[in-house]
Ligand binder design. Structure first.
Ligand SMILES: [Zn+2]
Ligand SMILES: [Zn+2]
Length: 129
């Protein structure tokens, strides 16, 4: 069974995370949450405590750095493995930051990237609240 963590607090909930000894236990916990609450969670191993916690699945958008593409800030662009993960990240950023992001496939074939606005030309036109 999962125990409440003494060390780790959920970023969004502010409550202690549930910790599990193994990925298998965490997966069972995730299955329980899914059947009981209809929420999709996935296990991840914590950097802080080394135990396993459950994270909301839709926040997990694994990305790597593109070896060839750089953004406007000169840093390597984030690369997503497929279009749906890139789109999911874009949706999260839109909700959290109001950023309008477009998904496109890397010209050099290194997965999928996000870019601001439409081909970068109309990105100055921002609607403010
Ligand atoms: Zn932890
Ligand atoms: Zn690229």
């Amino acid at each position: 069974m999962g125990m409440k963590s003494q060390t780790c607090i959920g970023k969004s909930s502010g409550k202690p995370l549930t910790e599990y000894d193994s990925q298998r236990e965490a997966q069972e916990g995730a299955d329980h949450v899914r059947s009981a609450y209809g929420r999709k969670m996935s296990p991840y191993q914590c950097d802080t405590c080394g135990q396993w916690h459950l994270g909301a699945e839709n926040r997990q958008t694994p990305s790597t750095k593109c070896p060839v593409c750089t953004g406007t800030d000169g840093k390597p662009k984030e690369t997503y493995r497929n279009e749906s993960e890139a789109q999911r990240r874009a949706d999260i950023l839109r909700k959290e930051q109001g950023a309008e992001l477009r998904v496109y496939s890397c010209e050099k074939g290194h997965g999928w990237h996000l870019t601001k606005g439409y081909s970068g030309k109309f990105s100055n036109k921002k609607s403010r609240r």
